[in-house]
Write a protein that binds this ligand. Structure first.
Ligand SMILES: Nc1ncnc2c1ncn2[C@@H]1O[C@H](COP(=O)(O)OP(=O)(O)OP(=O)(O)O)[C@@H](O)[C@H]1O
Ligand SMILES: [Mg+2]
Length: 405
């Protein structure tokens, strides 16, 4: 029988009040927290600081393209360097302004351009102007300000993949030798293929200099985590083996410090909820499962219908064969599922594109295999997430659920 809501709530709140305290300062584990010490990033910090140093002397510096896998410290290192740069520039009376924009968070060309213009004191409405008009107001303000503006475009791939590189092109063409103001662009991306989206003329200007952030190994992750644990958790609450496990899980995947920190936080929350005293290895395993479930569910829910159909086709084929499946077989199944739903199927080329997106989202694994000297090349696909989770998440869509029933 279901528990009475009152007693259920009492139980939860009692645990919160009387259970042992797990965290001292949980915010230290959140994504926007900027730690005062960044381990293993001295080379990158130094490179960026050297590259920006001329600005303090009133000289222009090169544009920089920063890249590396997710969670390798690109954002946090860049933010630290530019905030120190701004402080030192202010103190030295150097005419430098910095503007940090996260292109994924802003979400559109308009909002990115508005953000740049606002840094220079322009009052830009939330909607109503054309991007061109916002950009014009920005350039007018820039050239009358007599400053060097350092623009950081973080997660720049999100802007370019959706809107193309027009805005970037306009930004890279702003500098004029005789002008009193100038602009330095710092682009940050974790998408290795980002450069392919750029026209050569934009690419060559953006990546005058490049700084690479390599993935952390397990030993480095353990040190990063240990430093954070002492700020975030009560003393002795996290077992050292639990920290090691977080580090080795993330180290063996993509060397992602964010994911390692998330694992620790989620494990801490699980312990807090259960009223237990210590974060153990088991809690880390549990946290990993919880996070995988949330990730898969969220990503699948956000897919457009035809991507869901392609994924359903992958699932369908795999449930039958239990092995990798050729993309042509998946396409055949996708066409038949589309027919069942009465929707027009996309071309096989489009479906290959959707498969590529699904693989970027970590839902499927797609690789090209060669068949002998004359056999040609075929794309083979398998699932990159637990089948049951994907199936459940797909079934949350009433239309797709019809196909499974
Ligand atoms: N060297 C480090 N020392 C301490 N904490 C770090 C270090 N590197 C990364 N972190 C932490 O890991 C998390 C991820 O770092 P960050 O946001 O800078 O990654 P990123 O490279 O920008 O990733 P993405 O490409 O996904 O944007 C942050 O919470 C950050 O504080
Ligand atoms: Mg980042």
């Amino acid at each position: 029988m279901a528990q009475h809501p009152n007693s259920l709530l009492d139980e939860i709140f009692d645990t919160a009040l009387s259970g042992p305290r797990i965290f001292t300062q949980k915010s230290v584990l959140f994504h926007d927290y900027v730690p005062s010490r960044l381990l293993f990033r001295e080379d990158q910090t130094r490179s960026l600081a050297y590259l920006f140093s001329p600005l303090l002397r009133g000289e222009r510096s090169s544009n920089v393209f920063i890249y590396g896998k997710p969670g390798t410290g690109k954002t946090v290192v860049t933010k630290l360097v530019i905030s120190k740069l701004q402080q030192r520039a202010d103190r030295a009376g150097a005419p430098v302004s910095v503007c940090y924009v996260n292109c994924r968070v802003e979400g559109s060309e308009y909002r990115v351009a508005a953000s740049l213009a606002r840094t220079l004191g322009q009052d830009i409405p939330f909607t109503g102007l054309s991007v061109k008009e916002v950009f014009n107001r920005f350039t007018t303000a820039l050239f009358s300000a007599g400053v060097t503006l350092l623009v950081v475009l973080d997660e720049i791939d999100c802007l370019v993949s959706r809107y193309g590189d027009d805005l970037l092109y306009m930004l890279t063409r702003l500098n004029k030798p005789e002008a009193a103001s100038s602009i330095v662009i710092v682009g940050i991306s974790n998408d290795v293929r980002f450069k392919e989206y750029l026209e050569p003329r934009v690419l060559s200007t953006l990546s005058e200099e490049e700084v690479v952030f390599t993935p952390y190994n397990s030993i480095e992750l353990e040190a990063i985590l240990s430093a954070r644990v002492s700020h975030a958790f009560q003393e002795g609450v996290v077992a050292p083996e639990a920290v090691q496990l977080c580090a080795s899980i993330s180290g063996s995947q993509h060397g992602d410090a964010r994911r390692a920190l998330d694992l620790l936080r989620v494990a801490g929350e699980l312990v807090e909820r259960s009223g237990g005293p210590v974060v153990t290895v088991q809690h880390i395993h549990l946290a990993e499962q919880t996070m995988e479930k949330d990730r898969v569910t969220e990503v699948v829910h956000s897919l457009p219908l035809h991507s869901k159909l392609v994924l359903a086709a992958v699932l369908n084929c795999l449930e039958e064969t239990k092995a990798r499946v050729r993309s042509s077989v998946i396409y055949g199944r996708y066409v038949s599922l589309s027919r069942d739903l009465g929707t027009r199927a996309l071309s096989s080329r489009r479906v290959l594109g959707l498969l590529r997106e699904l693989s970027l989202l970590g839902l499927v694994d797609k690789r090209i295999e060669n068949y002998g000297r004359r056999g040609g090349r075929v794309t083979m696909v398998e699932l990159d997430a637990p089948l049951g989770l994907v199936r459940r998440a797909l079934s949350d869509d009433a239309l797709v659920a019809e196909l499974f029933s």
